[in-house]
Design a protein around this ligand. Structure first.
Ligand code: G6P
Length: 615
């Protein structure tokens, strides 16, 4: 949802900014632009479309210099055009900024500025912010760098909405200002160089020392210094953190796409999320970051889970496994719904907000809503230092490493594993036997190996994908805990192949959806050998009776299903509490192969952004 990278140091900025933008492209790819001080004035280059277009343009129209700001855009206000691309300048043309977020009162500010004679070149809210800061600066001592910071702070005092900003001025070479509210911004501290970025991915090539800025922080960086100020208080305390992973983790390596790399990383990411959390001696799970003892856990009478997109599907899978193992009522809801819903909570409701990025605006707002009602909220996040990770009352990190493909894969399985561990912990806490606990633990321990076995069948899954890649629409069916997996399978297909897909609980088929079934509509049925196996077989028969093609995701060794379904993708058998996690893997590969066959841009699907930091 727009990415920012800015650099000040001794190296040529253009290469660093362009390479950095490519690391942030998952945040939006409608247009890209940069601004570099060339020793005399500001050089702005911006282009509609992917970063590669900007890179070519900078190749033919070089922008030399060692200090600059840059941006990759996910359009909100104004179409994706060259004019609406960032950076945007103020009326003097000497001040340039890039912005991630939404200035909600921009039209009022713009009207006021237009009356004063300001002319605007774009339809964006961000350009209004540049003009507002420029106007404040014009009334101050123009020789002092402090004037620029004070102008920025005054202007931010007048805007409502969200922002991550990087700003520069032609009269202050080497100086960059940044500010954040609602949109992430990180300071990278190098040797004789500093960075501002939306996340650490573009910075880790140069340094692993970072400051995760807080809301209302304003930062001033030069090649050799960083100073943090606050919009709301005298002091702005900050900590310098060390990024856990290195630059290589954010590379594609030999894989053609990040998504495939991340699918294949799942044996490792699952191992990482399990590490240190299996309490074999007590046949239970343990979490350092949860901060809840036996008594506190025992007082929980209900669990509430909120998230968006794939993270919500992991939460839905969590709903089934927690209810099953811990016998606790669980509710899940879209974060965007919950935040406005006036849903009652109480002290004994354990609330989890789930987010890979830890920055999704709706999830963050849902968490703040819980906290504003006086209750605790626990985060399940991948990105350390993210806003949800920092503002939650405790939580669980996924340790999945950077997920760059826009379609979430490894974060989903890691989130689902976390919920299984939580279900085990709460189950054991509420009377589940040690024997039953040990069975779940064993299945979890075997999960990386089982995932590895499914990954070995990727060529077979591709052959199935080849058969169905021409479909215009597909159904995904699953029952019980496999219903959320069907939802995730349908979402993966929609996101990256643009084939319409819908998920239903298998038995719902007969209540309307069956009217859609025809030879042109393939149906994926998740049909493991579980308590509802026979019921799922009946569903398959109902589809087949209407000449609908069926692809079954079934348990290894189930020969019978090959007689009823047109195609079968086999998955190793495991404990019922863990089986849905395994069943998700072939659906990721199925969607991936179809998207590749259709020539889609798998890592950067149209209209999407990985981290949606606007409401
Ligand atoms: C966007 C992405 C989805 C993602 C969702 C939640 O919509 O396109 O893939 O699942 O945000 O993201 P989060 O970072 O909060 O898990």
């Amino acid at each position: 949802m727009c990415g920012i990278i800015a650099y000040t140091g001794a190296q040529p900025a253009a290469g660093i900014l362009l390479q950095g933008l490519s690391r942030l492209e998952y945040r939006g790819y409608d247009s890209a632009g940069l601004c570099i001080w060339d020793g005399d004035c500001l050089q702005v280059r911006k282009k509609e479309g992917r970063i590669s277009i900007l890179t070519d343009f900078v190749g033919s129209h070089p922008a030399p210099g060692c200090c600059g700001i840059s941006h990759t855009r996910w359009a909100t206000h104004g179409a994706p055009t060259d004019a609406n691309a960032h950076p945007h300048a103020d009326a003097s043309g000497k001040l340039c900024l890039v912005h991630n977020g939404v200035i909600e009162n921009y039209s009022q500010i713009k009207a006021r500025l237009v009356e004063k004679g300001h002319a605007f070149l774009s339809q964006t809210d961000s350009e209004v912010l540049a003009h507002l800061i420029g106007e404040k600066f014009a009334s101050k001592d123009p020789t002092k760098a402090e004037s620029l910071r004070l102008a920025l702070m005054e202007a931010l005092g007048e805007v409502s909405g969200t922002y991550g900003i990087a700003l520069m001025h032609a009269d202050f070479p080497g100086l960059l200002l940044g500010a954040r509210r609602g949109s992430p911004l990180v300071v990278g501290i190098g040797q004789g160089e500093h960075f501002l970025a939306s996340d650490v991915a573009p910075v880790v090539n140069y340094t692993r020392e970072v400051i995760y800025l807080n809301d209302f922080d304003v930062v001033e960086i030069t090649p050799s210094s960083h100073k943090v100020y606050s919009l709301v208080s005298q002091q702005a305390p900050f900590t310098v953190s060390k990024v856990e992973w290195d630059a290589q983790a954010a590379e594609k390596g030999d894989f053609p796409h990040y998504m495939l790399k991340e699918i294949f990383e799942q044996p490792t990411s699952v191992e990482n999320v399990l590490r240190g959390r299996l309490d074999l001696a007590n046949s239970t799970a343990k979490f350092g970051g949860l901060g809840m003892d036996h008594k506190a856990l025992h007082e929980v009478s209900r669990v509430f889970i909120t998230a968006c997109g794939t993270a919500l599907h992991a939460g839905k899978a969590g709903e089934y496994v927690i209810e099953d193992l811990a016998r606790l009522p669980v509710e899940t809801d879209f974060a965007s719904e919950f935040r406005y819903r006036n849903s009652p909570l109480d002290q004994n409701t354990l609330v989890f907000v789930v987010s890979q990025s830890g920055e999704t605006a709706d999830t963050l707002a849902a968490m703040r809503e819980v906290k504003s009602q006086g209750f605790k909220a626990y985060g399940i996040c991948n990105v350390v230092g993210s806003t949800i990770a920092r503002e939650s009352d405790g939580g669980i990190f996924l340790h999945a490493g950077p997920e760059i493909g826009v379609a979430a894969t490894k974060s989903f399985t890691s989130q689902a594993v976390v919920f299984t561990l939580l279900a085990l912990l709460m189950g054991r806490n509420r009377g589940m036997s040690a024997f039953a606990g040990r069975e779940v633990l064993e299945a979890l321990q075997n999960l990386p190996r089982d995932i590895g076995r499914i990954l070995e069948t990727t060529d077979e899954i591709r052959k199935v994908a080849e058969k169905y890649a021409g479909a215009k629409s597909m159904l995904f069916l699953g029952r019980q805990a496999n219903y959320p997996i069907a939802m995730e399978g349908a979402l993966k297909l929609k996101e990256i192949s643009y084939i319409h897909a819908e998920a239903y609980p298998s038995a719902e088929l007969k209540h309307g959806v069956i009217a859609l079934v025809s030879p042109e509509l393939p149906t994926v049925v998740i049909c493991p050998k579980d308590a509802v196996y026979e019921k799922n077989l009946s569903t398959i028969q109902e589809v087949k009776a209407r000449k609908g093609p069926v692809i079954a995701v079934a348990t290894e060794g189930d020969d019978h299903i090959a007689e009823v379904a047109d195609d079968v993708i086999y998955v190793p058998r495991t404990h019922n509490a863990v089986q849905p996690i395994l069943n998700a893997i072939p659906l990721q590969l199925f969607a991936y192969h179809i998207a590749v066959l259709l020539g889609c841009d798998v890592d950067k699907p149209r209209n999407l952004a990985k981290s949606v930091t606007v409401e």
